[in-house]
Design a binder for this molecule. Structure first.
Ligand code: ZN
Length: 456
């Protein structure tokens, strides 16, 4: 697939994120992300193996990520990096020799991480290895057996019902051997060493919303953030779910506390409304930035508290780390009927929904990038804005204009302890209006940046 055209000229001074957001053609970005999902969709991914590697290489074609390989058997806290799984072929033939289940038709047809097998058995015995969804008889379920050595197949319930008694030949030509766990990592350095972590699982086979949508949105984000002037360092991880996050944390334990804010990116391609799962802390800056960003966009957002079930936020938020990592999704995992079935396909994800998700994430980053505390340089009573041309000449109107109100809020709250995000929350004004007011006041020498905590 073609590389997307560079967002910036390397020679030109780097632009601010706000200016980049304003110049993005979101419809085109949505089409690009959907096309990227289409490219990755056929690959049989797993928590290890060549499908995962091929996916990381496709991302590496777009952004300069490092592909890391951690050997099987490596101890990572209470876990061990598993053997590497690769599959070439898998099928079931009925008594007449016809393939009734075939990995070549859909990679969901084999239980992911199945051990190799080649045998013949009666249908009665085969049944315990077959998985279907009786409620959704036309869909193939997605099943895995990562940490238990077994094998199995998945098929539409309607097709199971049609199988005749008799002997079935079963083949899974797969290997489960010592190898490596692969993951992708990209670091975009910022002015500060503090990091924003974007973590995306990349281990599901042909499933579009969970988790190719996350891969497409994070790849596009990485591409866009490459060309901006960054306050924060951005760290992107494309990892196998659970074991990948555990592995990364084990290998990076000493530096994990650099993560100041983080989001787990998944299920961002369906047209359902946005959901945010808070960090374990519950009141972290990222928790507030997400709410503010969606409010500024005027988009519906359901906020849920942290729970130790879901995606990798539960590893980052384990008590030994307690990193401020939440998860911003559309419809969350398990809450849409197509979840973990063959119906989570290229039709379920939409370019427009992907583009909105991209926008939401960028607005969150805009807040994190621009949030800071200021000091009012004229703190004793209000400065006279009118003589500086900052206040309209005609008095007596019932309401101040929004920009005037934003300036009054910023001046009043800027004692070095209230950040622009807090002022936006408290005033009910949009964050960009507060930023604009602060910029205007700085230009008139009425405001100066307060030393950041720890820097004073
Ligand atoms: Zn999943």
């Amino acid at each position: 697939m073609e590389r997307i055209p560079p967002g910036t000229d390397e020679v030109a001074p780097l632009r601010e994120l706000g200016a980049v957001i304003d110049s993005i053609d979101f419809a085109a970005a949505g089409r690009w992300m959907h096309e990227f999902i289409r490219e990755l969709y056929p690959i049989c991914r797993s928590i290890t193996g060549d499908g995962l590697r091929a996916t990381l290489r496709a991302i590496a074609h777009q952004v300069p990520l490092e592909i890391r390989e951690v050997p099987s058997g490596t101890s990572v806290f209470d876990w061990t990096v598993p053997k590497e799984w690769n599959i070439r072929e898998a099928w079931v033939k009925d008594p007449s020799g016809r393939k009734v289940i075939d990995f070549a038709r859909s990679n969901l047809q084999v239980v992911n991480y199945s051990v190799p097998v080649h045998t013949t058995m009666p249908l009665a015995d085969l049944r315990s290895h077959l998985h279907t969804l009786p409620d959704r008889p036309d869909w193939i379920p997605y099943r895995t057996s990562y940490y238990r050595e077994t094998w199995g197949f998945c098929l539409p319930h309607r097709e199971l019902a049609e199988l005749q008694e008799g002997d079935y030949e079963v083949l899974i030509d797969a290997s489960l051997r010592d190898g490596a766990l692969s993951y992708g990592e990209l670091v975009l350095p910022g002015r500060r060493g503090e990091e924003i972590l974007l973590s995306c699982h990349a281990c599901h086979p042909s499933l579009a919303n969970d988790n190719l949508s996350g891969i497409a949105v994070t790849t596009q984000l990485a591409r866009l953030l490459t060309g901006i002037r960054r306050e924060y360092t951005y760290r992107f991880l494309w990892i196998p779910g659970t074991i990948g996050a555990i592995t990364w944390l084990a290998l990076n334990e000493a530096n994990a506390s650099r993560v100041a804010h983080g989001l787990v990116v998944a299920c961002v391609g369906d047209p359902g409304r946005f959901h945010y799962k808070k960090t374990r802390r519950g009141d972290a800056t990222i928790d507030r930035a997400v709410v503010q960003a969606l409010r500024d966009l005027g988009w519906d957002l359901e906020v849920r508290g942290f729970s130790p079930y879901g995606y990798d936020e539960r590893q980052y938020g384990s008590p030994g780390f307690n990193l401020a990592v939440g998860s911003l999704t559309r419809t969350p995992h398990g809450r849409y009927p197509e979840y973990h079935t063959s119906a989570d396909d290229l039709e379920l994800v939409r370019g427009s929904a992907l583009a909105e998700s991209l926008r939401a994430y960028l607005e969150v980053f805009r807040i994190l990038e621009e949030d800071r505390c200021y000091l009012n340089r004229n703190p004793k009573c209000e400065p006279q804005l009118g003589k500086r041309g900052l206040y309209r000449a005609i008095g007596g109107l019932a309401d101040a204009g929004r920009q005037e109100l934003a300036m009054l809020w910023v001046l009043n709250q800027s004692d070095g302890t209230h950040s622009l995000l807090e002022i936006a929350e408290r005033s009910g004004l949009p964050f960009p209006a507060i930023v604009q007011a602060a910029r205007t006041l700085r230009n008139h020498d009425l405001l100066e940046e307060a030393p950041r905590r720890g820097e004073a």
